[in-house]
Design a protein around this ligand. Structure first.
Ligand SMILES: [Ca+2]
Ligand SMILES: [Ca+2]
Length: 358
């Protein structure tokens, strides 16, 4: 009996091993939905160890705009969680999306019944810092850590969620109780927690484009936020059918250096738009196009239109032209197509824009 007690004490001691690292790193993560327009947007991006807070860094999550969007991680063992740290998006467009977010820790798959850590996120908090800390009361016990915009519609973006705590102590009393239980005559015991739910990410779609797509932008009226020089770098150069990539040859649109410059074309009619192809300049500074966001829709005020595909990244500009798909199989309906540099003070140069419609 003494030997059994000793073994149990050693087991308990092992369980108390302090974990000072981020225990969420690489653990299975799930979210209520995924916005496939902004891939990669998966739940795992919040536990990949990369705290890049720009969405263009491809390490943040992105749900659809729904009621009560949520994200959660399964720590795979019970922890006494002391603190959760969220890295919010710092992109000006979107950092306020986290207002109303609630962090919870517990053992229930019904996350709203778990214990709340810290306070509901406020806009003041978001203005102060990109990293938001949530302290949990006396090491809240559980293996599920969730973040949810509770009680309202929203989009949940998380660039990283770090969880700090210690592996839960298995007490001598718990061990003894378990040992003294008679062998169960019932069916195999069902774990208290449900097995991990299948990831909400849809399978990778082939993104088959319908045949016969054609460019509906050429020669259409175009506009831009400013002209670098009048009569030479006008907005119409991006739809003149000339694909010359030397911006000094007079066939590229070119704005002044300004904050979030934009370019827009009016297609005249609403089209089913599957993708936008941008011919970037190759003579100098192609990287200026990083963080370009394309929008397609029926509003002349392009900011009211949905975003097509993902923002242009450093990886994407290695190819020219750049093909941006607005979505898998489902086109965007639009008359106005815009390109804008987000969060940058820079010149916007576009040598040609093709808007591919069915
Ligand atoms: Ca990340
Ligand atoms: Ca051109």
């Amino acid at each position: 009996m003494e030997r059994l007690l000793f073994a149990s004490l050693i087991a308990a001691a092992l369980f108390t091993k302090t974990v000072s690292t981020n225990v969420a790193l690489g653990k299975p993560a799930y979210q209520s939905s995924i916005n496939t327009r902004f891939m990669p947007a998966g739940a795992e991006n919040a536990v990949d160890g990369n705290t890049n807070s720009k969405y263009s860094g491809q390490s943040c999550t992105h749900t659809l705009f729904t009621d009560d969007p949520w994200w959660k991680v399964d720590l795979l063992a019970d922890y006494n969680v002391n603190r959760v740290v969220i890295t919010n998006r710092e992109d000006k467009c979107c950092k306020d999306r986290l207002v109303g977010a609630v962090v919870r820790v517990g053992s229930s798959e019904n996350i709203e019944s778990n214990s709340k850590c810290g306070d509901t996120v406020t806009s003041d908090q978001i203005a102060q810092s990109t990293a938001l800390a949530f302290d949990c009361m006396e090491g809240t016990l559980g293996h599920i850590v969730s973040v949810q915009i509770e009680g309202q519609e929203g989009t949940l973006n998380l660039c990283e969620v770090e969880v700090y705590g210690t592996l839960a102590v298995v007490t001598q009393q718990q061990i003894t109780t378990k040992e003294s239980e008679p062998p169960s005559t019932h069916e195999p015991q069902v774990p208290l927690t449900q097995p991990p739910q299948p990831k909400t990410e849809p399978p990778v779609l082939a993104c088959e484009l319908p045949p016969g797509l054609h460019n509906v932008a050429q020669g259409k009226p175009a506009f831009q936020s400013s002209d670098k020089r009048r009569n030479r770098f006008g907005s119409e150069n991006a739809v003149d059918g000339n694909f010359n990539t030397n911006a000094h040859k007079g066939s590229c649109s070119w704005t002044k250096k300004e904050y979030q410059p934009w370019w827009q074309v009016d297609l005249g009619d609403v089209h089913s738009i599957y993708k936008v192809v941008i011919t970037n300049r190759e003579d100098y500074c192609p990287f200026r196009l990083i963080n370009a966001e394309i929008r397609v829709g029926t509003n002349e005020n392009f900011l009211e239109n949905p975003v097509c595909g993902m923002m242009i990244t450093g990886k994407m500009i290695k190819e020219n032209p750049i093909h941006v798909r607005c979505g898998c199989e489902i086109p965007l309906q639009g008359r106005y197509v815009s390109v804008q540099l987000i969060d940058k003070t820079q010149m916007l140069t576009l040598c040609e824009i093709e808007v591919m419609a069915a």
